[in-house]
Design a protein around this ligand. Sequence first.
Ligand code: HEC
Length: 139
Amino acid sequence: MVRIALALLTFAFGLAAAGAGSAASPRFNYILHCQGCHLADGGATPGKIPPLIGTGRFLAVEGGREFLVRVPGVSLSIVPDDELAELINWMLFRFSADDVPADFEPYTAEEVGRYRQEPLVEVETVRVGLIGPYDETPE
Ligand code: HEC
């Protein structure tokens, strides 16, 4: 696991150097920082990892917008604020387009930077309060 992480980091730094400072695309950041747990299709790993399919539903409830940034996998990732905002916007349309409200305003770097300062500890409790228990079977 550590070896894989190191290999990925070396790969990322190599690409960053090659790209001469250009920001990584949301898709690339997803592959590097999220896909290891959340799979290529955003599907669940029953009992371990919730699906990203359906995450647009959080946008319809009070506190849900913050939740999507404050979950530890997001808030504590090493992706910088501007790329993280893009990544979350990308994730929502990639895996949950049908659930994204019509009046959705894309996340901004400033907003993401603010929310991620308070990573969630009691993730499940907060999550259940927002949209209910984890449902391992995406619709
Ligand atoms: C090490 C594994 C891991 C990585 C890496 C990871 N996550 Fe997660 N993610 C989880 C787990 C486990 C949960 C369930 C909540 C918890 O226990 O943190 C979760 C929850 C979530 C949720 C809330 C889903 C819900 O329905 O409650 C979102 C959104 C999310 N992750 C997005 C991301 C994004 C975007 C990235 C990459 C920047 C990422 N995660 C990286 C494991 C991971």
